[in-house]
Design a protein around this ligand. Sequence first.
Ligand code: PLP
Length: 373
Amino acid sequence: MTYLPFARVSIDEETIAGVCQVLRSGWIATGPYVARFEAALSAYVGGRPVRVVTSATAALEIALLAAGIGAGDEVIVPAMSFAASANVILRVGAKPVFVDVELASRNLDLARIEAAITPRTRAIMPVHFAGLAVDMDRLLALARSRNLRVIEDAAHAIGASCRGRRIGSFGDIACFSFHPNKNMTTIEGGALVLDHPDEIHYVELARFHGIERDADNNVDVIQAGGKYNLSDVAARVGLGQLQQLDAFCERRRALAGIYFDELSIDPPGVLPARGDAGHCWNIFTLLLPFAELGLTRVQFQHEMAKRGIGVGVHYPSIPGLTAYRKLGYDDRPFPNAARIGRETVTLPMFPQMSDDDVRRVCRELRAVLTNQT
Ligand SMILES: *Cc1c(COP(=O)(O)O)cnc(C)c1O
């Protein structure tokens, strides 16, 4: 019985050979492959400038700083996402203001944003959960009418589109992740897509010590920058992955279709929103009513693991996490986020899965649930 993890990377031989070439080249840190990778990503998202860094977390934190957000400012963020979505707001000294998500799409409930805006609100940070795009036209219109920035946590959404336009092609700042669990990887890595020359300059300083070179190549440090530059080795992995990204997303969509075929009749819980052809299916999550089932999620994960199937949890509600409780937050005002946090499970989803792998996951899932009820 082969074990099916909930996520697994696919690195092809061409990419591995390319990485070996970089390793043998004598230059492995930031260099020509980073420049090529940025150009390729920019072309992929429709031509806006791209700067790569060592993670999406770094990208989001730098994006907030580049937008001038800090102490005294408020940023609107979904109450259910990976903790990094809100951690970065605290790290720049600003205040996360949580808004509940919709149960099926798991995305920010746009109808609730207006009520969360105060005179201190500076930005909205949507998450395109699982690769299902937030309605960007509606969100950008709202943000512009209130003079707010939009910084997209597009960690799940490389390869996703909204009404036929790729995520990364819309106005303001978008941040991608290339962690191995995302739709394409650089091992660790992230990218910002942004337009303002001053903000691009800020990112370049922030990611490499604040170093600037003049026309004669004299080096100066003009601000206390950090160290978030990507290596050429990582960029070469990314170039190989980017070539396959559309095929990966296509396969993920097909796998999601089989999950719906298997689970839509007598669904064992709340299925995710199907979305449209722009959904890039980074993860396939399901809500299971553990309290009614007389089963804990940990027991469920354990039973599935015994049957060779890895089950993840994406994600607990952020205001319910210890670090946020200590700051006085809790998740009672966000019933959908709290429920998702208690009931969500992530089923295996990666391009190398076979159609039969999906059917096996669904068969074992039903078996575990019926044994327990
Ligand atoms: C993975 C993830 C991040 C962080 O990405 P890293 O590249 O690991 O820093 C941020 N937000 C969301 C929603 C994520 O899933």
